[in-house]
Design a binder for this molecule. Structure first.
Ligand SMILES: *Cc1c(COP(=O)(O)O)cnc(C)c1O
Length: 365
């Protein structure tokens, strides 16, 4: 048997991304179980956090998810292809003049300003649903509090077909941050001013802030894809993403030899190195070089030297299983997306949404 078949390396040479759709579905159920009786939506913007919009959205629909959020109109149109019946909300709102395209595809804008509300009201006349976003502390998108509580005197919410009132939490992953209580209180005030409209506040981490944050619709993204919504506690979610690369070649270097661009790493003793088939062009962050690790047959091996566009060098001296064609794990097992993000000086969200399009992708249950 050829070595590649023996080791599971893909002869197409690239790194391999395996996405566990069964784990996405299980995570969606687990998040919903935090608030029994409250429907759980799915945020699938940015190609479902890099995991593939079509595959993820289709799987979650089969699991019973009926409401989806994306950021862009273009993403919503792609989601509509796989979700003919779902409620699909466009978080980034109503693009100027974009109303007809939204209406034709039965998409729902998240109206982020009075101007958007008025524009949609003229098109909808109460027939086309939309969400209304009120900013309770982010100062990013959404009506200001004073604009929202002044709305009851106007016919705009009814004419714009508002069927969901929403806001977004600033720092729900830090449960002690006083901003959470302030936003929960502000959102309750908005809902009292506009009675009769269902509300949605909680992102992944917000779901774990308790019942006061739950309202009528949960809105998780990151945790669906295995990210830890409670960073101060063990991750309650199942891992979704596994990233593996074949070792292209191994070599021994003597003490004093350098490796990688600009020779930023120097061997202190005789070391065994392995070169992997992925790099920053695949979305593996170049800044991950300093602290990054990959697992070879279960042994954590440090990344050495600069990460190249298409290649990464590992110190596999402690990993006897390292040889041409063997697989190294860059995300998976003890290297979860949060750990990989931290090692690169960023967050797991950025690791997921940066997952490259040239990986050989496999979807499993
Ligand atoms: C991205 C986003 C979410 C999902 O947040 P996660 O932290 O990924 O769960 C929810 N609501 C809004 C408005 C968002 O932009």
């Amino acid at each position: 048997m050829p070595e590649a078949a023996e080791t599971g390396a893909d002869p197409r040479h690239g790194a391999r991304l395996t996405i566990d759709l069964g784990a996405v579905a299980e995570n969606w159920r687990r998040l919903g179980a935090q608030a029994p009786g409250t429907p759980c939506a799915a945020v699938v913007k940015a190609d479902a956090y890099g995991c593939g919009l079509g595959a993820v959205a289709g799987r979650l629909w089969r699991e019973g998810c009926r409401t989806f959020f994306v950021a862009h109109l273009e993403e919503a149109l792609a989601a509509r292809q796989v979700l003919p019946e779902a409620a699909i909300y466009v978080l980034n709102g109503l693009p100027p003049g974009g109303g007809r395209v939204l209406a034709q595809a039965r998409l729902r804008p998240v109206l982020n300003a009075v101007e958007e509300l008025a524009e949609w009201a003229d098109l909808s006349e109460g027939r086309l649903p939309a969400a209304l976003h009120v900013d309770t502390g982010m100062n990013r998108l959404g009506l200001r509090m004073e604009e929202a509580v002044a709305l009851p005197g106007s016919d705009l919410p009814a004419r714009a077909g508002i069927d969901l009132l929403m806001s977004h939490l600033v720092g729900a992953e830090v449960p002690d941050d006083a901003v959470n209580a302030r936003q929960i209180e502000a959102f309750a005030r908005v809902r009292a001013a506009l009675p009769g409209l269902p509300g949605s506040l909680a992102n992944s981490s917000g779901i774990f802030l308790g019942a006061a944050a739950h309202h009528d619709l949960l809105r998780p993204g990151y945790a669906l894809f295995g990210g830890n919504p409670v960073p101060h506690r063990p991750n309650p979610m199942r891992p979704v993403v596994r990233l593996e690369s074949p070792i292209l070649q191994t070599r021994s270097v003597e003490a004093g030899e350098r490796a990688g661009y600009n020779g930023t790493w120097t061997a202190r003793s005789r070391r065994h190195l392995a070169t992997l088939s992925l790099g920053y062009a695949d979305g593996y962050p170049r800044a991950g070089g300093a602290q990054g690790r990959a697992l070879v047959a279960g042994v954590a091996c440090p990344i050495v030297g600069r990460i190249s566009m298409d290649l990464v060098i590992l110190d596999v001296t402690e990993a006897p299983g390292a040889r041409r064609g063997a697989l190294a794990t860059l995300i998976g097992d003890s290297l979860d997306v949060d750990t990989v993000g931290r090692a690169a000086g960023t967050i797991g969200y950025e690791i997921l949404t940066g997952l490259g399009s040239r990986y050989v992708r496999a979807y499993v249950e």
